[in-house]
Design a protein around this ligand. Structure first.
Ligand code: API
Length: 290
């Protein structure tokens, strides 16, 4: 199986273009866990398929490292846009991409040599509060926020749906240890039956925030594009930031702009790491049931 490994601010996926290769005879969730395994597979935060679409120029499906399928992926969308432009699967610099959450529009920013340096994606608008997700708790505190109980701690966060779902916690200072300890407790909290991405953000000033994430299905990642969009939208609704914000993620910066019509524009890098052929299943019985 031919693959391309790409990353955006360190959030890396194995990209498989169905225009150019066939998938092995294994379920997609299983294939994602296999290719994501850093020791016996290739190593990544998950698997992204690039495929045909009846409603957009191209289509994309994203699977987390644990095999769960997500509705959307901001960093993945920028890498898909780079891939399809550079592989001439589209012939314009602005085109549409279908995701499970709907169709988005991407614009590639091209270097003089024709390679894509950055991509802007119109991620659509955000929905807020417990009515925008499946929520089985009873601690909605009005507006967009809910309180969840983690051991003997009460955590207040803003619920945001940008195609996939996010619990955004405002902290004084983002702390990686805290993300690693509390992140998984939020991600799989019983109040969120579909699980949820857990962001921790601190406001530096009205146009800059610090950001860390514990992603649903992939754990701590270096960056989460949908999470950055959700966080800026949530903070702007609270009047804490303006409409153009630089988000400082572990792997680098994303520019997020909230447009007058409520659409969220995300701009950032997309990088090709490697191309190759994945030898599974001939590679190894290591993954076959013992
Ligand atoms: N873990 C996410 C999908 C990947 C999102 C993230 N990598 C991004 O760049 O938006 C979820 O289950 O909703």
């Amino acid at each position: 199986m031919k693959f391309t490994k790409m990353q955006a601010l360190g959030n890396n996926y194995i990209y498989v273009s169905l225009f150019e290769t066939k998938l092995p005879d294994v379920s997609l969730p299983e294939l994602s866990t296999i290719v994501s395994d850093v020791r016996r597979g290739i190593g990544s935060d998950g698997l992204i398929l690039i495929q045909d679409s009846r409603v957009a120029d191209v289509g994309m499906r994203i699977f987390n490292a644990d095999g769960s399928e997500a509705e959307s992926c901001g960093n993945g969308l920028r890498c898909v846009a780079k891939y399809v432009y550079e592989h001439r699967l589209v012939n314009t610099s602005v085109f549409s991409i279908e995701t499970k959450a709907g169709v988005v529009e991407a614009q590639v920013h091209v270097r003089p040599d024709g390679t894509v340096k950055q991509v802007t994606v119109d991620m659509g608008d955000a929905k807020f509060g417990v009515d925008s997700i499946r929520y089985t708790g009873s601690h909605a505190v009005g507006g967009d926020d809910v309180v969840i109980h983690v051991d003997d701690t009460k955590l207040r966060g803003t619920v945001v749906n940008v195609g996939n779902t996010h619990f955004v916690t405002l902290v004084d200072r983002v702390d990686d240890k805290y993300v690693e300890q509390i992140g998984p407790r939020i991600e799989s909290h019983p109040d969120f039956p579909d699980r949820i991405n857990a962001e921790f953000v601190s406001v530096i000033n009205r146009s800059e925030i610090d950001f860390r994430v514990y992603e649903r299905g992939s754990g701590v990642t270096f960056a989460c594009g949908t999470g950055a969009c959700a966080s800026v939208a949530a903070l702007a609704r609270k009047g804490l930031v303006d409409n153009r914000v630089t988000v400082h993620l572990l792997g680098g910066d994303l520019d997020i702009e909230l447009r007058e019509d409520g659409h969220i524009l995300m701009t950032g890098e997309a990088v090709t790491v490697a191309e190759g052929t994945f030898m599974w299943p001939t590679a190894e019985p290591a993954f076959l049931p013992l």
